[in-house]
Write a protein that binds this ligand. Structure first.
Ligand code: HSE
Length: 293
């Protein structure tokens, strides 16, 4: 039996759109029992779901038929909430298949295939590597750097009770952005990255305050600006949409319960129920364990 464990992640971190990702100690666990790698007679039907597509893609690349296997997913990551649930499943499938193929492919190949399934590199880099990652895509190839973060940073993630498909959250984005806004955004995104690396959070909120993407998405998430304000007023070091939303992330070192409560209250004031997750940074990314059954 092979078990693959992949963390949830928050993409963007405000101004690092499609670039920054931070992995959380909330996990998607996939177990696979492969009865006989040479037996393809009774193989898992090529499903439409992301997990079998990811596994199938790696076996296809190897020119080998996907063997029969029993797959199970146990995920703590809420789906469709901006917490990288699909990236986690894709990474799980690709790394599982590569493990079964005795590491025939490199991490870099796996990430490029993950990009082809997911569309953006931010969550997949964080899910694969853990910690804070900054990703770049050139000619459909994913490049990333992992950035060490002080591990005393905690997160409060408020998950409203509605889902927001990423394609809808991208459909509202402006097609053109002015030069000055681009410059300002670049300044902010770099500042977010280095504030987290240095553990200097004094101006983190200023740097995370995304006036392009997040502002455009406000119309899809009732009460978003009040939820963000309530987090900061209660001591969050910075707050932003988690990925494409609708979850809202607050980074903090203390006062976590008060921050979470204030954020939930702000959603409740707009008639939106939510749940609150308290978690910390996952430093490991994808992990694979193998057991005899
Ligand atoms: N960065 C993406 C977005 C979501 O904000 O649309 C995660 O890949």
């Amino acid at each position: 039996m092979v078990k693959v464990i992949v963390p949830a992640s928050s993409a963007n971190l405000g101004t690092g759109f499609d670039t920054l990702g931070l992995a959380w100690q909330l996990y998607c666990k996939v177990t696979a029992v492969v009865e006989d790698v040479n037996n393809t007679d009774n193989r898992t039907p090529p499903g439409d779901d992301l997990l079998t597509r990811a596994i199938g893609l790696v076996f296809d690349q190897a020119g080998i038929e996907m063997p029969a296997m029993k797959l199970e997913i146990n995920s703590e990551i809420p789906m469709g909430k901006g917490l990288g649930s699909s990236a986690a499943v894709i990474i799980a499938g690709l790394y599982l298949a590569n493990h079964l193929l005795k590491y025939r492919f490199t991490d870099s190949q796996l990430l490029d295939w993950a990009l082809s399934l997911e569309g953006h590199a931010d969550n997949i880099a964080a899910a694969a590597a853990g910690g804070l990652t900054t990703a770049m895509v050139v000619d459909q190839q994913v490049y990333y750097q992992q950035v060490a973060v002080r591990d005393n940073l905690q997160s409060v993630i408020v998950v409203p009770d509605f889902t927001l498909p990423t394609r809808e959250a991208r459909a509202v984005l402006p097609r053109q952005v002015g030069w000055e806004d681009c410059v300002h955004h670049t300044q902010q995104a770099c500042f977010v990255l280095q504030s987290l690396a240095n553990g200097d959070y004094r101006h983190l909120q200023l740097a995370m305050d995304d006036t392009i993407v997040q502002r455009a998405r406000q119309q899809l998430i009732p009460g978003l600006s009040q939820v963000l304000d309530s987090a900061v007023q209660n001591g969050a070091l910075g707050a932003c949409l988690s990925g494409a939303g609708p979850s809202v992330l607050a980074l903090a070192q203390s006062n976590l319960a008060a921050i979470g409560q204030a954020m939930q209250d702000a959603f409740a004031a707009r008639g939106i129920k939510s749940q609150c997750l308290y978690t910390a940074i996952d430093q490991y990314g994808v992990r694979i364990e193998e057991y005899d059954v």
